[in-house]
Each structure stands twice: as structure tokens, then as C-alpha cells.
Design a protein around this ligand. Structure first.
Ligand code: BDP
Length: 594
């Protein structure tokens, strides 16, 4: 799945802008053929979530179907090309029509989908794009939904969040990433997979391309160190292998990217080209440690969210640049795309900035009273699409395949079905991508007896002692945390990553003694955790929850936002940000190891 790019053979029309919009709470549109076009009632900017944009039209908390529509000119020079429309993400479920023709559908959260427009458009004329989006989560999604029926079926989850949702982040709806009209040559490079290894000072780079050209064509692959290979195409595939002497490896200090350019030649003519970056690097797990290019690495960073006033989860490039600036300022070297895949633009930027990314699937609070084979199939489909999308990013160092499954402490989580689920999913991740470790973020309620621990490469835990339990008592919290790390280490000879710990904090609240919600308490909370974790022989990282305050659904535990950010929602630093900066300005030193 190649990210769309413009070059001598390929072109893109970005359909971002203000689109016609119409909410459809009664679900009329799908029955009445609104895919052919509909009468709009509102306007909504793309990319962006509809919620805060249309708050004044009573759509802040809207959960249901909504329709988007706009016209776009199909350029003359698209004639003879393969034209398709790519939706970066339209969440949670979406369908796409062009000139009244259903072109594509998607039900995978925060992942792109596309559809071919052949036969449905005329270059030189306008085309009508209609997109239906529905932000209701379904029961069998890998972040299970909560519809009214679910409350009844479960008999225990109260109607406690509005809009109804399980996770602790706002269920934004809308077209949240760009919609791109793309034209590529009919005979083209369809996919490229990069694989990198290191051998001393030599970088080994394998470029595997899939093309839809007939045998007889050839692919020229050039790397910016000066090497060029010309390969025959055999059954739609070509593989080039490069040894880069004195290679500049992609690292935190020097995120060097080689240019890899591909040119497809048929009958002596170049018919298509595509260029991408390769960061030559190797991620390995050995014993209790994580290595980047053979050097131990300790992760310092955050769980984040795609969240900002007005845009909601919509891609916001100035915010992206600002956030990377703040991560640099504070000395973070990594973040997790909690709790869903982030925009590809963000991963590209991480590649350039030398920031390590734990790419997380949109699986939150998987409930093992209802998870079944269909859920597992959906999980595997998500994994396939996410790996296909993100596989070539050197910044992506790990797959987090779920966040806090078994969240309700349901007894089914400890059963055979759960073991089968995690074994299957972790094995499948390694089958799809043997080059990156796999993890699952474990919830405190399950504690250290988590079936997933047996199948992951890295054990990850989220902990809130000193906040939800033992509030205001950091000494007790530290003892408990230490014991859990020891217990896990005693049973699993694996690295341990603490992927969440944090305290809600009202910027401006202060106290001379330990008091929840104050800036001093957050700072001391984070420092206490870092002291314990950094000194543990199995620990490979501290990811603070959260980088910035973020919006949640309405419930009595949140004052509009989850306030665990070390920056406010609009990115002002709290006291803890300065403390972390101080701590993270000193390079991490690993203890002496046996
Ligand atoms: C964890 C979740 C995260 C929440 C956080 C919290 O993984 O999404 O926002 O706790 O309670 O359970 O702040």
C-alpha cells in the first residue's frame, strides 16, 4: 500500500476543504440513495472531526451516520491513467460513492481505504464524491462498541459515558485525514517493502517491489549512496539487494534517510516511478533488553492522542510540528500511537526527526465475554492493513496489538480462549513482520497474571498506583510498582515497558503536601515512578500518560478533559514538564548486567 505521491508519472488532487454535510440519525440515506447526492443541511471542513466544528448545531455528542459531499474537477491529464480516490481515514465506518457509484467501503478505524474510479469519471469534467461516515462502534470491533442493547446485554456497565463509548477518549466522528484523488499509470509499481539489517559497519537493504507489469519489463532501483540495480520482473515481482559500506545507520542521534528511487521500464520506456526513504536500522530484543543497531535503548516518552480544540482528531500539521518540537525540548525519544494508528504524515515526520514510535492498533478494552473468532478475524485484518501501511517507517519499532484487554477483569480473560487469542495474534504479527517486536499494554486490574505476557516479545504494563488506588500515597505506590515489576521479571525473562503512568493535574493548582490534581503531585508522581522503573533490571522504558490533556466523553471522572497531560490541551507546560526535561537531559545509564 503505497502512500500517494506526485512525480513525473503520478499526480494528486487534494480534496481537503469545506464539504457539504448532513447528519443522518434515522439512517435514511442508505435506504434512499443519498450516495447519488443529497441536500445538505450543514458544512464541515475536511480533514477534521465534526464534533467541535458543529457544536453549535447540536452535533458535539452526535453518534451515528453522517454524509459528506463535494464536487471535484478531474484534470484532463488524468485521461488514460488509473484513477482512484483514497480516504486517509473516515471513522469508524465508511462508504464512498463517486458519481452515484458505490466505490469502496471500510470498517477499520483510523486506517486508509481507496477505490478505483475507472469507468465512473470523465477527465475534464466534474465528479461528485459522496462519503458516508458512521461513528458508532460495533460490538465485534476490536474496540468493542456500547450501543443501548449492549448495556442491556451486559447488565453491568451503566449508562456512564456520553456519548456512549468504552475508551477514555472522545469518540470523534468524521473524515479526519485528507481525501486524495490520485492518478497513476495503468502499468505501475503497486507496492514496495523495505527490509534493513546491519552487519558491522555495513547496511543491508532489501527492496521488494510488486508491479503489475508483464514479464519482460524491468525495474531500476537506485539508492542515494550511488548504487543502481536493474532487475527483471518475474511474475510481477522484483527484488534488489544492496550492501551499503560504511553505512550511516538511522539512529536517534542521526536519523539519516537514504533515498530509494524506483523506475519501471517497459519496452525501453520509463512508465512509472516512485521514491521513498529508507532508514537503515535494526531493532532486536535480546534477553531483557531492546537494541537499536546493536546498542541498548531506553525509551523515554509518552502515550499521546490525536486531539486538539476544534479539529478534534483531524490531521493538523502545525500541531504535529509543535508536538515534535515539544518532544525535542523535553528530551523524549519515543511515543506510542495510543490508541489507534496515527496519520502517515506523523510517521513520516518521526522518520525525519529520529523519534521512535510504538504503533498501536485501534484495540481498546477488548472484552473477553464477547470476543470471539469474528473479533479475532477483525483483529487480524486490522493488523494486516496497519502493517501494510506502516512497514517502511524506520521510526516504527514495535507493534502494540492491543491496549488494556480484559479491562473489566472478566474471568473469561484468564481462560483457554484468551491464550488462543493472544498466541494467534502475536504469531500472526511476527509472520507478517519478523523485524519488529510485539507487545500488548496490560491493565492494572489484570495485574501480573496476564495470558498475553506468554506470547509477546516485550511485556508492557499501564499502572496508576498513587492515583486510582492509593491516592496521595506515593510511597505505597512505589512499593507496589516495584513488587509487580519483580513478579513479572521472576516469571518472564523479557523486557518490561511501562507504557502508562500519570496523574490528572489542573494547571495552576498547587500544594505544599501531596495532593491530587496539583502540579507538584503530578511531578512527584512521575518522578517516583521513573525512579523505580529506571532502576529495574528488566525495564526498557517509561512512557508517561499523557503528553497533553485530551477530551473524553462526558462522565463524572473527567472535568471535560483527561488532565494527565504534562502539557495542557493547548500545549502549555505544567510543572512536571520541566522536571521531566531536567531528568531526560541526562543520558540514560544502564546498570551493570550479568
Ligand atoms: C488507561 C487507558 C487510557 C486512559 C488512562 C486514564 O489505557 O486510555 O486514559 O488509563 O485513566 O486505563 O487516564
Amino acid at each position: 500500500m503505497l502512500f500517494p505521491k506526485s512525480n513525473a508519472h503520478r499526480d494528486i488532487v487534494d480534496c481537503s476543504g469545506v464539504w457539504d454535510f448532513r447528519p443522518d440519525p434515522e439512517g435514511l440515506g442508505l435506504k434512499d440513495g443519498w450516495g447519488d447526492g443529497f441536500e445538505s443541511t450543514h458544512e464541515c471542513a475536511v480533514p477534521g472531526s465534526w464534533n467541535e466544528q458543529l457544536q453549535e448545531f447540536d452535533l458535539m455528542n452526535y453518534v451515528g451516520g453522517a454524509w459528506y459531499q463535494r464536487e471535484v474537477h478531474i484534470p484532463h491529464h488524468f485521461d488514460g491513467k488509473q484513477v482512484f480516490l483514497r480516504v486517509g481515514s473516515a471513522d469508524f465506518e465508511s462508504k464512498l460513492w463517486v458519481n452515484g457509484q458505490l466505490i469502496a467501503e471500510n470498517d477499520l478505524l483510523c486506517l486508509p481505504y481507496d477505490g478505483a474510479l475507472d469507468g465512473y469519471i470523465t477527465p475534464g469534467e466534474k465528479a461528485r464524491i459522496v462519503i458516508w461516515v458512521n461513528n458508532e462502534q460495533r460490538y465485534q470491533s476490536i474496540t468493542p462498541g456500547v450501543a443501548i442493547d449492549d448495556y442491556i446485554r451486559e447488565q453491568r456497565i451503566r449508562d456512564e459515558q456520553f456519548p456512549a463509548t468504552r475508551p477514555d477518549f472522545f469518540p470523534y466522528g468524521g473524515i479526519q485525514r485528507p481525501v486524495l484523488l490520485c492518478a497513476i499509470p495503468r502499468v505501475h509499481i503497486a507496492d514496495v517493502t523495505l527490509d534493513t539489517h546491519i552487519d558491522g559497519s555495513i547496511g543491508l537493504l532489501t527492496v521488494r517491489a510488486q508491479v503489475n507489469a508483464p514479464d519482460g519489463g524491468q525495474l531500476k532501483v537506485a539508492v542515494s549512496d550511488g548504487q543502481v540495480e536493474t532487475l527483471p520482473i518475474v511474475e510481477g515481482n522484483a527484488v534488489a539487494q544492496f550492501r551499503i559500506e560504511d553505512c550511516r545507520f538511522w539512529s536517534l542521534r542521526d536519523p539519516y534517510l537514504y533515498d530509494v528511487s524506483l523506475e519501471l521500464e517497459v519496452d525501453g520506456t520509463t512508465v512509472d516511478s516512485y521514491a521513498l526513504h529508507a532508514g537503515v536500522r535494526e531493532i532486536t530484543v535480546r534477553g531483557r533488553r531492546l537494541y537499536l543497531n546493536g546498542e541498548k535503548v531506553f525509551l523515554r516518552g509518552f502515550g499521546k492522542h490525536e486531539d486538539f480544540p476544534v479539529h478534534g482528531r483531524g490531521l493538523n500539521l502545525p500541531l504535529m510540528v509543535k508536538d515534535f518540537g515539544l518532544m525535542h525540548w523535553i528530551g523524549a525519544n519515543s511515543f506510542r500511537t495510543s490508541h489507534y494508528p496515527y496519520a502517515e504524515e506523523i510517521l513520516d515526520y518521526a522518520d525525519r526527526k529520529g523519534v521512535l514510535v510504538i504503533s498501536e492498533l485501534a484495540s481498546v478494552n477488548l472484552d473477553f465475554r464477547i470476543a470471539d473468532e469474528e473479533t479475532l478475524r477483525n483483529h487480524r485484518r486490522t493488523l494486516e492493513r496497519q502493517i501494510a501501511r506502516d512497514k517502511n517507517h524506520p521510526s516504527v519499532i514495535m507493534w502494540s496489538v492491543a491496549n488494556e484487554p480484559g479491562y473489566l477483569g472478566e474471568e473469561e480473560y484468564q481462560g483457554e480462549a484468551s491464550h488462543h487469542y493472544w498466541k494467534n495474534l502475536c504469531d500472526y504479527t511476527r509472520e507478517l513482520d519478523a523485524s519488529r517486536p510485539v507487545t500488548v499494554a496490560n491493565v492494572g486490574r489484570i495485574s501480573t497474571n496476564d495470558p498475553s505476557f506468554h506470547y509477546v516479545d516485550i511485556v508492557s504494563i499501564n499502572r496508576y498506583y498513587g492515583w486510582y488506588d492509593m491516592p496521595g500515597q506515593l510511597d505505597r505506590a512505589a512499593v507496589r510498582l516495584q513488587k509487580e515489576l519483580d513478579d513479572i521479571a521472576a516469571e518472564h525473562d523479557k523486557p518490561i515497558l511501562v507504557l502508562e503512568f500519570g496523574a490528572d493535574t489542573i494547571a495552576g493548582a498547587h500544594s505544599t503536601t501531596d495532593q491530587l490534581f496539583t502540579e507538584e503531585y503530578q511531578a512527584r508522581f512521575l518522578e517516583t515512578y521513573c525512579d523505580v522503573i529506571e532502576n529495574h533490571p528488566n525495564a526498557i522504558g517509561t512512557h508517561v500518560w499523557n503528553f497533553a490533556d485530551f477530551r473524553t466523553a462526558q462522565n463524572h471522572r473527567r472535568v471535560i478533559l483527561n488532565l494527565k497531560g504534562v502539557f495542557t490541551r493547548t500545549r502549555e507546560p505544567k510543572l512536571a514538564a520541566f522536571r521531566l526535561k531536567e531528568r531526560w537531559s541526562v543520558p540514560f545509564v544502564f546498570g551493570s548486567e550479568a
